[in-house]
Design a protein around this ligand. Sequence first.
Ligand code: HEM
Length: 227
Amino acid sequence: MTTANPVMEKPNRERTEEEKLLRYRVGQRIVHAVLATSFLMLLFTGLMILWQPLTLWARDGTSGLIHRIGAVLFMLVPILYLIVDRRGAKELLVESFTYDKDDIAWFKHAGRYFLGRAVGMPPQGRLNAGQKLHHAGVVITSATVVFSGIFMWYAKGNLGASGLALAASIHDLSMLTLTVLLAGHLYFTFVYKALSAMTTGYVPKEEALIEHPKWVEEIEHQQAAHD
Ligand code: HEM
């Protein structure tokens, strides 16, 4: 498995002795910010369009307009990723759909990980099995939300009542799935204090050794090969 060009950093000794590893390059962090922002725009404006107590806010059409702007941004995410960091995009896609025996073992102990106990879990690479499943779920349900949305946007007149109802059901179910995935994603981000990976790009090596030992090993092999 390839890694995201990891770089080790020894920050200023006077500030801290902690060694850090580069987990997400700047382009990847920008893409993630666009993904998260556009998704939240879609979620909140979608709720305003659909959910009775909030439909008052949707009356002047502003939420519909913001929903469409969010949709365009959301659809641009994969293209943006390919432009700013083709290797990162490819790694995300390949790794999310590739599971080895350590990943299967990880799933068997997922309850322990859920409770915040990563020590002693089966060894993981750059992404743990749960992250792979989350990212794969995001890829698949993003595709269904986008295609059903395009149908409703452009082909509304030609779909007929049952076609429109089917497209709307796929669209709403996909959004619901993405929202459940987001809840899990946020839960693990905060339980494992992972936010720095997306804000600064770096994570403490000490923590990476517990959660992603195969990834750290790979980085060290690559460094040894360069020295
Ligand atoms: C809104 C608040 C969000 C926060 C705080 C957040 C946080 C994070 C963090 C910390 C990571 C890095 C985890 C690691 O590898 O250690 C990450 C990665 C990721 N997140 Fe989020 N996330 C948010 C929203 C979303 C949304 C809405 C989606 C999808 C619809 C999403 C999809 C992803 C994906 C696919 C990755 C992997 C990125 C890559 O490999 O380029 N995130 N997120």
